[in-house]
Design a protein around this ligand. Structure first.
Ligand SMILES: *[C@@H]1O[C@H](CO)[C@@H](O)[C@H](O)[C@H]1NC(C)=O
Ligand SMILES: *[C@@H]1O[C@H](CO)[C@@H](O)[C@H](O)[C@H]1NC(C)=O
Ligand SMILES: *[C@@H]1O[C@H](CO)[C@@H](O)[C@H](O)[C@H]1NC(C)=O
Length: 307
C-alpha cells in the first residue's frame, strides 16, 4: 500500500537520517523545524497577513475546534511531522500576534509559488510570499533572533537558539502554484518554466546550506489534476479526465515537475555532500488516498487538497 509505505517512510526516515549523521545521538533529535511552502503546509501564514479573509469555519473544526488558519478541518502533514518529532506545531512567521519561534517557524503561505508572480494578492491570484521571499524571511529571523536571544527577557524564550539552525529539519512543500502559473505564461514553454522554478528551488536550498542547514525534507507536488478547483474552473469534459475523474493534463504537468524535482535533488546530493536530502513521494500517497477514498472512512476530499 503506497500510503502505508509513505507513512512508514515519514516515521522511519528521520531516524535513519540522523542515525547516519550522528551515530551517538538519539534518533529524531531535531530541535526545530523551518518550513517553506504553500497551502499544503500553511499553518496560518496567509490568514495572518489579512490579504485574504481569515480562514474561517469549518476549518479547524475536527481537531483544533476553532479556525486555525489552515485550509483544512484537521491537521496538515507538517503538523504530524511536528508531533512525531515531539515539537510544538510550527507557527507562522507572519503571525504578529504572539508567534513563538523557539522551535522553528513556518514561512509557508497559501498560494505561494516558487517563482515571483506579477499578479499577487489582492490584485490577482498568487501570494506575494514566494519561495525567495520566504528565504529572506528565514535569513532575517536567523539574524534577528540571535540579537533577541542575547537581550534576554521573555523574547529569549520565543526565538530559536543559535545552534538549532544547524540541527533543524528544513521542510519544503512548494511547486503546486507554479504549475498553474505556467498557464498564464504563454510566452514560455512549460519545460523552461519548470526548469526556472527548480533552479530557484535549488538556489534556496543551497542558501540555507550556506547558513549551516543540513537536513532537508522535500515533498514532491500532489496530483493537481484531482483538485476541485482544477476540475471546476473551467468545467472539464470527460475526454480530459482519467478513469478516476482527475484531469489528465494537470496530472501530467505535476508528474513532469516531480521527475524534474527528483533530478534536481539527485544533483543537489552531489553538490552538497554534507547535507541529507530526503525526497518524499506525496503525489503517490495523495493519488492513492483520492482514488481509494472509500477505504479510509469518511474523507472530505475538499480538505485534502488545497491551493
Ligand atoms: C512580469 O514582470 C516582469 C518584469 O517587469 C516581466 O519581465 C515579465 O514579462 C512579466 N511577466 C508577465 C507574465 O507579465
Ligand atoms: C515558547 O515555547 C516554548 C516551547 O513550547 C516554551 O518553552 C516557551 O516558554 C515559550 N515562550 C514563551 C515566552 O511563552
Ligand atoms: C526518484 O527517481 C528514482 C530513480 O531515478 C526512483 O527510484 C525514486 O523512487 C524517485 N523518487 C521519487 C520520490 O519519486
Amino acid at each position: 500500500m503506497i500510503l502505508h509505505r509513505v507513512l512508514l517512510v515519514l516515521h522511519v526516515l528521520p531516524r535513519l537520517l540522523i542515525v547516519s549523521a550522528y551515530p551517538s545521538k538519539l534518533p529524531c533529535n531535531f530541535p526545530a523545524i523551518f518550513n517553506f511552502g504553500d497551502s499544503n503546509s500553511d499553518t496560518g501564514g496567509l490568514s495572518a497577513t489579512s490579504l485574504t479573509d481569515p480562514v474561517g469555519w469549518p476549518n479547524g473544526e475536527t481537531f483544533f475546534k476553532m479556525p486555525s488558519g489552515r485550509n483544512a478541518d484537521g491537521r496538515l502533514l507538517i503538523d504530524f511531522i511536528a508531533e512525531e518529532l515531539g515539537l510544538p506545531y510550527v507557527e507562522p512567521y507572519l503571525d504578529a500576534l504572539g508567534g513563538n519561534f523557539s522551535h522553528g517557524a513556518n514561512f509557508a503561505t497559501t498560494l505561494s509559488p516558487i517563482l515571483d508572480q506579477n499578479s499577487t494578492l489582492p490584485l490577482g491570484f498568487y501570494s506575494p510570499f514566494s519561495l525567495s521571499v520566504q528565504l529572506s524571511q528565514f535569513l532575517q529571523l536567523k539574524k534577528r533572533s540571535q540579537v533577541l536571544y542575547q537581550q534576554g527577557g521573555t523574547k529569549k524564550y520565543m526565538v530559536p537558539r543559535e545552534e538549532f539552525f544547524a540541527e533543524a529539519l528544513y521542510t519544503i512543500d512548494i511547486g503546486q502554484n507554479d504549475l498553474t502559473s505556467i498557464l498564464f505564461s504563454p510566452n514560455m514553454s512549460p519545460e523552461n518554466y519548470l526548469q526556472d522554478a527548480l533552479q530557484r528551488l535549488a538556489t534556496v536550498i543551497k542558501e540555507i546550506y550556506k547558513t549551516g542547514g543540513r537536513y532537508f525534507w522535500i515533498h514532491n507536488t500532489g496530483p493537481l489534476g484531482c483538485l476541485p478547483y482544477v476540475l471546476v474552473r473551467p468545467p472539464v469534459g470527460s475526454e480530459e479526465m482519467d478513469e478516476t475523474g482527475c484531469r489528465i493534463f494537470y496530472n501530467a504537468l505535476a508528474e513532469k515537475y516531480n521527475a524534474m524535482l527528483n533530478e534536481t535533488v539527485v544533483k543537489l546530493r552531489e553538490e552538497l555532500p554534507a547535507a541529507s536530502l530526503t525526497l518524499v513521494d506525496v503525489y503517490s500517497a495523495k493519488y492513492h488516498l483520492i482514488t481509494h477514498a472509500s477505504n479510509y472512512g469518511k474523507i472530505h476530499l475538499f480538505y485534502i487538497v488545497t491551493l
